[in-house]
Write a protein that binds this ligand. Structure first.
Ligand SMILES: *Cc1c(COP(=O)(O)O)cnc(C)c1O
Length: 391
């Protein structure tokens, strides 16, 4: 058992030093690895010897990142993928078969929704959507062929929470695989494995990198499941570049200090937004007005970096607000040093019908803010300016 703390694990988990005694870990930009002799090649391919063969299978930069994420998430094993969606897709498709049924929270990322509703039916994988805020209704939806529960908490962009302890017990009772997209909280704020999650899937593009430089995904969890997923990924090939792995391992070294500051800025911003006459429906898990405030305090150590609110005046004023918030970034990403604003109804969730949008809490005027690391007063000023100009 490793007794080191989160920050130390994130900083001190490193690949072995080479003969050059480097302090910063080198980048292994190589597609393949040399066999010393015919016997070594045979043994590596037969899985009798641990070691790298080909970067689609493994690479020292992947290994370091995986080892670190396993420590941070409290998981046994893991793998990295070329995007968050490759992680979400592989973590489901690598384990589900035709005839299986998936129980899935209604409030999931837009592309996850597309996979489940548009692709899985072609392969005979059925699903039932359930309400994230009412896990007591989930048990009635479990069928004899249900194999996995998939959820996100907090959700995007509605910031609804799922009670991890409740769902962990449900998964255990019915022997279902519990797969949690922990992108929004990161292991610094919430560890789903503490509540019995068997898989934790990530878009590392967001807070884990935190600087808007890479697209990447990570899956960690139980060793037996990861063995199957490694087979799936080795042969289907969603491999991450060693360069992006190297960047992400460096990013994790500062995850704790970054998340701490993102959360402090977001909390203060949410409190301030609630006092303004021009805004309504301010949502942030650590605001006492959040309907699941008590749950947030129980399963998260801080409230996260995302705040959402509606500008009074509906769609028209919402668009005006966006066009006047020039000091902030208007882009489709989140989890960056820079504060980012988005309008989910016309961008990330535009593929959903109006009814589907409403079901996950997306109103036409809803604005999502990914709170950055700029000075809080400057973020507030940019928002105040945009509100004033949109009147
Ligand atoms: C962005 C995101 C994804 C997809 O990740 P990519 O790296 O963009 O492929 C999945 N889940 C959540 C919650 C996300 O925010």
């Amino acid at each position: 058992m490793n007794s080191e703390h989160f920050e130390t694990q994130a900083i001190r988990t490193q690949t072995e030093q080479t003969q050059f005694r480097e302090h910063s870990v080198p980048l292994y930009l190589t597609s393949s690895f040399v066999f010393e002799d015919a016997e070594m090649a045979r043994a590596l391919f037969a899985d009798e010897l641990p070691g790298n063969i080909y970067t689609r299978f493994s690479n020292p930069n992947h290994e370091e990142l995986v080892r670190k994420m396993c420590l941070l998430e409290g998981a046994e094993d893991g793998l990295v993928t070329a995007s968050g969606m490759a992680a979400m897709f592989s973590s489901m498709a690598g384990l589900l078969s035709s005839g299986d049924h998936l129980l899935i929270s209604r409030a999931v990322f837009g592309s996850t929704h597309q996979i489940v509703t548009r692709l899985f039916p072609r392969w005979g994988i059925a699903h039932t959507y359930v309400d994230p805020t009412r896990p007591e209704t989930w048990e009635a939806e479990i069928r004899p062929n249900t194999r996995m529960i998939f959820l996100e908490t907090p959700s995007n962009p509605g910031l609804d929470l799922v009670d991890l302890e409740w769902v962990g017990k449900l998964a255990d009772k019915y022997q279902l695989i519990l797969n949690v997209d922990n992108c929004f909280a990161t292991p610094y704020l919430q560890r789903p494995t503490d509540y019995g999650a068997h898989l934790v899937s990530h878009s590392a593009t967001k807070w884990l990198d935190g600087q808007g430089r890479t697209i990447a995904g990570i899956i960690v969890g139980k060793a037996d499941l990861l063995k199957e997923l490694r087979f799936f990924c080795r042969h289907t090939g969603p491999a991450l570049s060693p360069f992006n792995s190297w960047i992400l391992s460096k990013s994790l070294e500062t995850l704790a200090v970054r998340m701490e500051k993102h959360c402090l800025n977001a909390m203060a911003l949410a409190e301030w937004l609630e006092t303004l006459p021009d805004t309504e429906d301010v949502r942030y898990p650590f605001l006492p007005s959040h309907p699941q405030y008590a749950l947030a305090r129980k399963q998260m150590s801080m409230g996260g970096g995302l705040v959402s609110f509606a500008v009074k005046g509906g769609l028209e004023r919402g668009r005006k607000f966006l066009d006047n918030a020039r000091a902030l970034s208007h882009t489709a990403n989140l989890g960056d040093t820079r504060t980012i604003i988005t309008h989910p109804a016309s961008t990330t969730h535009s593929k959903l019908t109006v009814e589907e949008q409403a079901a996950v809490g997306i109103t036409p005027g809803l604005i999502r803010i990914s709170v950055g690391l700029e000075h809080l007063e400057d973020i507030k000023q940019a928002i105040a300016h945009a509100l004033e100009q949109s009147r």
